[in-house]
Design a protein around this ligand. Structure first.
Ligand code: SF4
Length: 374
């Protein structure tokens, strides 16, 4: 089937047949893996929310007024960073999500701070942060926007994994009135190149789609097929996130017709059929609260990074559920919630994907603590 035929096939696939296919795909897994849903116990180091883009749906960007929460960060202060890491250790977190806007060093305020902290570039600051975090046996997962292949190469030895959402390759979104009209680095070509470069460098990688930002059903299926193709070429994609857009006060984008939970569930099921058991599928549990069991039945096997103490910087209005709540939801339909690391198991013993620095830290981590009572 070519792309167009595949899109038509998924458009016509009934929900009953989709569920049957998902059950068959799960049945292909070894018995001990069929009923497992994973998550990573993490916290966020938001290094700078200065960003050269202005995506219509974004609340994180420093240009969007913050009435509450963390406020704007030119460059995360050392003391604040130490404080967050300390809390992460107290809560037994294994992952630090290292986050920023796209090219924050395109702003003078950020460049001045970098100079004051003896860093020539923002990427150097990120590298130093990763090394610092690793000293505590915490594994960095880096998602800081578009990078060149040289920058990816510079960061790779110090990251357990990296991420960049494909979001959507619809060029309509770049046009006047589209959510990416003022976001130069949201051009699909740049994002595809970044994901492919990560593949060439053998970086365990997380990507995904942002749903409900003006794209259509055909775009979503096309993008999932594109991710599958990139993965077939490089075998580096560990996880695909399907993240639904949530409206919040202060942003400029209001969808004319928001996506329904039914639409999101359907594309999740289609993703499972496209990726079979090759790539994990995650939905952020704070954005689908109350529907967790439906998403498990439609093929997800991961709830992503969940923080026991801080907020979702991208969707601060949606608090993380507790681990015990998710554990209960899984158990109600015969599944088990299990902690994982930010680098998926299949990459840990592959030297080309997991550097010696990261492997040493992994060997010091104990994943066998039961958090069901926390
Ligand atoms: S979504 Fe990311 S790239 Fe877009 S404005 Fe927000 S921080 Fe910048």
């Amino acid at each position: 089937m070519n792309f167009q035929e595949e899109i038509r096939y998924f458009k016509e696939l009934s929900l009953r047949k989709l569920k049957k296919e998902i059950a068959r795909i799960r049945g292909d897994l070894p018995p001990e893996k069929r009923k497992i849903i994973t998550y990573s116990r993490n916290f966020t180091l938001s290094l700078s929310n200065y960003c050269q883009n202005q995506c219509g749906y974004c609340f994180y960007n420093f240009k969007v007024p913050k009435l509450s929460g963390e406020g704007n960060v030119v460059l995360l202060e050392n003391e604040k960073m130490r404080e967050i890491i300390q809390k992460g250790l107290e809560h037994d977190c294994k992952e630090a999500l290292i986050l920023s806007g796209d090219h924050p060093d395109s702003f003078k305020e950020v460049r001045d701070e970098l100079t004051a902290r003896h860093c020539h570039t923002f990427v150097e600051f990120v590298k130093d942060t990763c090394m610092y975090v690793l000293d505590f046996n915490i594994l960095p997962h880096v998602n800081i926007g578009i990078l060149t292949i040289e920058e990816l190469k510079e960061l790779k030895p110090y990251c357990a994994s990296m991420g960049l959402m494909l979001e959507s390759t619809s060029v309509e979104l770049l046009k006047k009135g589209g959510v990416h009209e003022f976001s130069p680095s949201k051009h699909p070509k740049m994002r595809i190149e970044h994901i492919e470069n990560a593949g060439k460098l053998k970086i365990p990688f997380t990507t995904g789609l942002l749903l409900g930002i003006g794209e259509c059903f055909e775009d979503r299926v096309k993008d999932l097929l594109l991710i599958k193709k990139i993965h077939e070429d490089h075998r580096h994609i560990q996880e695909v996130i399907l993240q639904n857009f949530e409206y919040k006060k202060g942003i400029s984008y209001t969808p004319s017709k928001p996506l329904s939970m039914k639409d999101i569930l359907r594309i999740t099921g289609i993703a499972r059929v496209i990726f079979q058991n090759e790539i994990a599928i995650q939905v952020p549990p704070n954005l689908i609260a109350g529907h967790e069991k439906d998403f498990i039945k439609l093929g997800i096997n991961d709830f992503g990074g969940i923080s026991p103490f801080d907020l979702d910087y991208i969707n601060p209005e949606a608090p993380w559920p507790s681990i015990s709540y998710l554990k209960k939801k899984c158990k109600q339909i015969g599944y088990e919630l299990k902690e994982r690391l930010p680098i998926y198991d299949k990459f840990i013993n592959k030297k080309e994907f997991c550097t010696e620095t990261i492997k040493q830290r992994i060997d010091n981590i104990n994943l066998d603590v039961d958090y069901s009572i926390i």
